[in-house]
Design a protein around this ligand. Structure first.
Ligand SMILES: N[C@@H](CCC(=O)N[C@@H](CSS)C(=O)NCC(=O)O)C(=O)O
Length: 330
């Protein structure tokens, strides 16, 4: 499996848990460790090297992703572009699962795992912050951003905790989510880390302000591209649409705007899957292989119970992406 991934994703290799533990525990200087890890992550024929980690939090079944441009380990800044013009410089991004994070020394994570991120380093999760920040430290990275794909309902984002432990880190979420954050992003924005970047795309439907982060399209960017979709599209499933401004009509349309061959990394998985593609889901996803009317009917009759933490998680996540020292919830 590992070999397959390395060959299929030349810029974004995924190390097995065993390989991660082994690398992190080596008693060798950080610079040498980083050099060893870089060569393990990436091909040598290309100047841009994506360092990529997929991290899991088992209580809420949430993924957080960590991304970095390993070819520029000492480059201090990432650039955040509003539309086509640069408006600021940032050093790192982390996303959350629904968390993604962009980190620095060029590390981008989506607490996408987001939600991507800790879900974040895209989508970071509060319960795994110590583990995730320990990994960031082991890799010698400086975390700049904690990026979220949306306001999660099933767990509290780790963004607030990250900001309290690393005060320089900036939180990121979509403007459409109406949440607080240091950076409120919109479709078309770009988050650059080293020579790599993420594009921001609107993928509403699970919630009002859901966004997907897609790796750049251009020279020296990872191929195939990678998308951190939060809860919009799950492997053989999709996010529910029955609260927080959800809409099955919007979700159906959103998903089909994503590039077909892009690797899709979700914020959650409840069955043991880790990655898929939009094209694969169009063939095998029991909801997305249906026409729009049938999809809407399926979504209206899921009969899922409300997430256990929704009453705590939503208010906390509306504020915790923002440094709010008066909040007791974080
Ligand atoms: N049982 C969990 C919540 C499970 C759930 O509702 N997951 C969401 C994403 S997190 S809001 C979802 O969209 N699921 C889609 C599906 O088809 O399962 C809890 O109590 O926290």
């Amino acid at each position: 499996m590992l070999r397959f991934r390395l060959l299929s994703v030349p810029f974004a290799s995924v190390l097995s848990p065993k390989a991660q533990i082994t690398s992190s525990s080596l008693a060798i200087p950080k610079s040498r460790l980083r050099s060893q890890m870089e060569s393990a992550y990436t091909t040598s024929s290309h100047p841009s090297k994506l360092l990529f980690r997929q991290l899991f939090e088992k209580e809420s079944s949430t993924y957080t992703y960590l991304l970095a441009d390993a070819s520029h380990p000492d480059k201090p800044a990432l650039k955040y572009s509003k539309g086509s013009s640069a408006v600021g410089r940032v050093a790192i991004v982390l996303c959350e699962s629904a968390r993604i994070t962009v980190q620095g020394n060029e590390l981008l994570s989506i607490y996408l795992l987001m939600e991507y991120m800790y879900m974040q380093l895209v989508d970071p999760v509060d319960k795994t912050i110590d583990r995730d920040l320990s990994l960031v430290k082991d890799l010698g990275l400086k975390l700049i951003y904690a990026i979220n794909t949306h306001v999660h309902a099933d767990h509290v984002t780790g963004t607030g905790l990250i900001k309290s432990k690393l005060p320089g880190v900036k939180s990121v979420i979509s403007k459409a989510s109406n949440a607080k954050a240091d950076l409120l992003i919109e479709p078309g924005d770009k988050i650059q880390f080293g020579d790599l970047f993420l594009e921001v795309r609107a993928t509403p439907g699970h919630t009002l302000g859901c966004i997907t982060y897609v790796t750049g399209d251009g020279p020296n960017q990872p191929q195939p591209r990678m998308a951190f979709t939060g809860d919009a599209l799950l492997v053989r499933g999709c996010g529910r649409t029955d609260f927080q401004g959800g809409s099955s009509e919007q979700l159906y349309k959103s998903i089909f705007t994503l590039p077909k061959d892009t690797f899709l990394y979700p914020a959650h998985d409840y069955k043991g899957f880790t990655v898929t593609t939009v094209g694969e889901e169009m063939l095998y996803n029991p909801r997305l292989t249906k026409d729009e009317e049938t999809f809407k009917n399926i979504m209206a009759n899921l009969n899922l119970s409300y997430p256990k933490m929704i009453d705590v998680a939503v208010p906390a996540n509306m504020a915790c992406g923002f440094q709010d020292t008066s909040s007791k919830m974080c």
